[in-house]
Write a protein that binds this ligand. Structure first.
Ligand code: GBH
Length: 448
């Protein structure tokens, strides 16, 4: 069982569910551009319709209510609420105001993500995260949002998964905007993004009474195969927070979270990236490390490690038929929700909220008209059991399942389903899967 005040929630993001991509003055985002190029998306789908949540938001809230969640994490589309002259767009703001009102009426707390990857195209044309002024644009955007929504929503997440923005968008170039960065550019962009976070925190504190703030990185913890082997556990911790110059360095933890929680980049950073390091001032670091309330983290999977005879770490090979989801990076490693929070807490010492966790399945509508997804149910149970275990040792405040709905899974399109609710994209029907009712039960019982 979790504590009585534990927050059970569900998560979504604007481009993945809203549809209505050119209604009410919405401008183009980098994802509108990216999806318009044939073959960028596995099934050539895009965000035109998806879950139609821009229209059906009242229906969304009804479903959330039935699920029994206390909180709903969604993101704001920057492109709906700010126009190309950098002025507020009231029609776009009204949508989110109405959504918040509807949630509150139903006793569901809004948790707002400011940036879940849909950069306005007009800002990308000015350089996106490489633009020296991007943090001023972001500050202005955060100011507009919190002035409009501050009386309804107190809980904010500045940025979702910087790791994915940079690794998939600017190293492998399989996400928008798909432009390759040099290491030097990458480090500059990371620093600019962290300043966006810092300036947003400041604005949120100013505009919202009793606010809570955080940012939501993702990570893949190193999980020891033997919990009693202290050396192994210690080495897994070190592995998790490593900061080395390798192709995937933007996919790591400490390069973002050390500046935010500890006030500076890791020592290793200054050695590894010598020659490519941006201008980092004391004021920058103070801005970036303003106090936040929670460590948010998106967790899906981890890697198992053991020790070789010479005490070197060795990663377990997933080729031996580990259970996995219907997407190549999603191996079932339930202890991710034990060791991930444990390591984060040891280093950063703040309460933890899991901002995303969920499973991708090849769901189908059965003959009985229902969607049976025992693998997802099993995944959620196993992961939540591990979270319960660690919540006896450290402060864990909440858990948001990814996702309420099947939705637009970025470059994988509509064919990769993560929802507790099945979306029949042919007719817009929404069908609650078995896992929906299981999560409902877990919430009712306060745990597994
Ligand atoms: C999240 O990102 C997103 O926030 C959400 O929008 C998305 O729909 C959801 O999860 C499901 O994909 O480092 O080996 O794991 C996904 C998390 C983290 C998955 C980075 C791919 C790269 C390979 N991603 N990961 S690995």
């Amino acid at each position: 069982m979790f504590n009585k005040d534990f927050i059970f929630g569900a998560s979504t993001a604007s481009y993945q569910i809203e549809g209505s991509i050119d209604k009410d003055g919405k401008t183009k985002s980098i994802w509108d551009t990216y999806t318009s190029v044939k073959c960028n998306i596995l099934d050539n789908s895009d965000g035109t319709m998806v879950c139609d949540s821009y229209i059906k938001y009242k229906d969304d809230v009804k479903i959330l209510k039935e699920l029994g969640v206390k909180a709903y994490r969604f993101s704001i589309a920057w492109t709906r609420v700010i126009d190309e002259n950098n002025n507020p767009n009231q029609l776009g703001l009204d949508y989110y105001i109405n959504l918040c009102k509807e949630l509150i009426k139903n006793d569901i707390k809004p948790f707002i993500t400011l940036y879940h990857w849909d950069m306005p195209q007009w800002l990308e044309d000015k350089g996106g995260f490489l633009n020296d002024d991007i943090s001023d644009y972001f500050e202005h955007y955060a100011d507009v949002v919190t002035k409009a929504l501050g009386e309804y929503a107190t809980d904010y997440i500045t940025i979702n998964e910087p790791q994915v923005i940079f690794t998939l968008g600017h190293v492998y170039c399989v996400h928008a905007p798909a432009t390759k960065f040099t290491d030097k550019e990458m480090l500059q962009a990371i620093h600019n993004l962290l300043k966006c976070h810092g300036k947003a925190v400041k604005v949120i504190r100013k505009n919202v009474k009793n606010s809570t703030v955080g940012f939501a990185p993702c990570s893949r913890p190193a999980v020891p195969t033997d919990k009693n082997n202290e050396l192994l556990v210690k080495k897994c911790y070190d592995k998790y927070f490593e900061c080395k110059r390798e192709i995937e360095f933007p996919n790591r933890v400490a390069i973002y979270s050390d500046p935010v929680f500890l006030g500076d980049y890791p020592k290793e950073y200054y050695e590894e990236f010598k020659g490519d390091i941006p201008n980092i001032t004391k004021e920058d670091l103070e801005l970036i490390s303003q106090p936040v309330d929670y460590i948010y983290q998106n967790y899906y999977s981890g890697n198992y490690y053991s020790l070789e005879e010479n005490n070197n770490l060795s990663m377990e090979d997933f080729c031996f038929g580990y259970p996995e989801g219907n997407i190549d990076w999603l191996q079932v490693v339930p202890e991710t929700l034990y060791y991930g929070p444990k390591f984060l807490y040891e280093r950063y010492k703040k309460p933890i909220i899991i901002s995303e966790n969920g499973f991708c399945n090849n769901d189908v509508i059965s003959l009985d008209g229902k969607v049976h997804d025992p693998e997802r149910t099993d995944y959620i149970q196993r992961y939540l059991l591990e979270l319960e275990r660690i919540s006896k040792e450290i402060e864990v405040k909440g858990y948001f399942v990814w996702s309420l709905f099947d939705n637009f899974e970025w470059n994988a399109g509509l064919r990769k389903r993560f929802g507790l609710v099945y979306i029949d994209y042919r007719n817009g029907n929404r069908i609650k899967k078995d896992s929906f009712f299981e999560y409902q039960k877990i919430i009712k019982n306060g745990g597994i």
